[in-house]
Design a protein around this ligand. Structure first.
Ligand code: LFR
Length: 479
């Protein structure tokens, strides 16, 4: 048996897990879990990276103290965010989170200053327009904090930065770099025209490299652990761990975000893909993750934070009690990205459009669930139409796997057969990427077979929803 450490950082919590490969089975054991809350620094919503680094080391300590021999460690996190380093390798500026609103209006600013059209940005990058992409964050800094720009030597994305803090090695991993909207989609290299458009300098960027590589060593109180660059975008790791049955199986990585898509050897960045705002994020083995972001369980998480007495089981029970499809919002509206109150944001969204708004907790929760599954259905159609790939099955992975109510609703509304597992997809992806780097697993296809074999898969068959066509056309009218 061989063991590796996977550090999986999400927007609300971080975990240090031990991944073990034994014959044809891979298992995970959680050693340490910690909260990852955004903190307000100098007026910005930021990540507390010092705290995160300290927690990662505590987790590694727990693993080592248990006596396990660790062959390597790997880190995956959310995308788009980064840290600047000066020529001495010291941090510059704040670790601002993508949920900060500093990027508002930056697409328009880039277009007017650079002369690039929205289409040109899309055709070059193949990346969906999300207000917080790195390209818009860099433009915001060049507008609002040009003094941060003066001393920059390197830009490292967060997992690369954490690897650097552990190993001293500066590296750039491709899957996370692809979320920046600064790479040329086809070549997988930095786009000079997109860098220029946001005011960035080519010298700040290292060459993006495919994952599953040992890049350095972390010396933990005398125990030396090789550091592996895994598919460091958490969604790339989650997709790597998704046992896709065929090219016609779509994935839904269900967590704080819901990422709906297909895996493909080729990118789709033409007119149809632009219209659908499809993204072609980088995947393992140089593949593409052709997907769309949906605001996801963040809506439920924020609602729950406002109602701390509610457990997840209460939330599901309330959802099943409320009248279905009575209130529907566009869950991807920017007003849900970081509102002070999710309840108020949902109500306001409807009131501003002269529609009746939910009153009770059950109605709010039901509104979130219904809106999310309608967004899944819409995304599946758009992806299928733009890529011409027929989608006949959906595999759900990630924390949302536990939410059987949502998974069943998804099967019913999307009228697609659903299978679900693994729950810890990002951590599994992280682990198998390391075993590939160590030479113990041949490739991703083999890794997915092992993960499927190691999982207790749940299946959700479709059932009929009364008036489904009308419900879907109502959704199309409001988005
Ligand atoms: C999920 C995720 C999404 C990305 C968003 C912001 O955790 O990584 O894939 O769009 O966070 O980085």
């Amino acid at each position: 048996m061989k063991s590796v450490v996977a550090v999986d950082l999400g927007a609300s919590s971080g975990r240090v897990m031990l991944g073990c490969l034994n014959e044809q089975k891979v298992t995970l054991e959680e050693y340490h879990r910690f909260k990852n809350d955004q903190v307000l620094r100098n007026g910005y919503s930021c990540w507390d990276l010092e705290l995160i680094l300290g927690e990662i080391k505590i987790g590694i300590d727990k693993v080592i103290k248990s006596g396990v021999k660790v062959c390597s460690l790997g880190i995956d996190t959310w995308g788009v965010d980064f840290v600047f380093l000066d020529a001495n390798g010291n941090e510059l500026g704040d670790y601002v989170s993508y949920r900060d609103n500093r990027t508002e209006g930056m697409l328009e600013k880039i277009m007017s200053d650079s002369g690039l059209s929205k289409e040109e940005i899309y055709f070059e990058s193949g990346i969906q327009f999300l207000s917080f992409n790195t390209i818009f964050q860099l433009k915001a800094i060049s507008e609002q904090k040009p003094q941060w720009f003066g001393d920059i030597d390197k830009l490292l994305f967060i997992p690369d930065y954490l690897n650097y803090k552990l190993s001293g090695v500066k590296h750039c991993e491709y899957t996370n770099a692809s979320t920046s909207q600064l790479l040329k989609c086809q070549d997988k290299t930095w786009s000079p025209k997109l860098l220029e458009a946001c005011g960035a300098k080519p010298a700040w960027f290292l060459t993006p490299e495919l994952p599953s590589q040992l890049i350095g060593n972390y010396d933990h109180k005398g125990t030396v652990i090789p550091v592996c660059s895994v598919a460091s975008h958490d969604t790339a790791s989650a997709v790597a761990a998704t046992p896709l049955q065929s090219k016609n199986t779509a994935f839904l990585s269900s967590g704080t975000w819901s990422l709906v898509g297909i895996e493909s050897d080729v990118a789709f960045a033409d007119e149809a893909a632009y219209e659908a705002n499809l993204t072609n994020e980088g995947g393992v083995e140089g593949r593409y993750r052709v997907l769309k972001n949906i605001m996801g369980l963040w809506l439920i998480q924020r609602f729950k934070a406002e109602n701390p007495s509610l457990e997840f089981s209460d939330i599901i029970q309330l959802a099943s009690m409320a009248e279905p499809f009575k209130f529907i919002v566009d869950p991807n509206d920017g007003s849900f990205l970081n509102p002070k109150s999710m309840t108020q944001a949902i109500r306001n969204w409807l009131i501003e459009r002269n529609m009746p708004a939910p009153e009770t907790a059950a109605e709010i929760i039901r509104c979130i669930y219904d809106s999310l599954v309608l967004a899944y259905d819409d995304a599946l159609h758009k992806i299928s139409t733009a890529s011409k790939v027929q989608i006949d099955e959906l595999r759900i992975v990630g924390g949302g796997v536990q939410d059987k109510f949502l998974n069943q609703l998804c099967a019913d509304v999307c009228q697609i057969s659903v299978s679900a597992e693994p729950q810890e997809a990002s951590a599994f992806g992280n682990v198998v990427n390391q075993f590939i780097a160590l030479g113990d697993i041949k490739n991703i296809d083999e890794a997915r077979r092992i993960i499927n074999f190691s999982s207790n898969v749940n299946y959700f068959k479709t059932s009929e929803v009364e008036g489904l066509a009308d419900i879907k056309s109502k959704y199309q009218k409001i988005i």
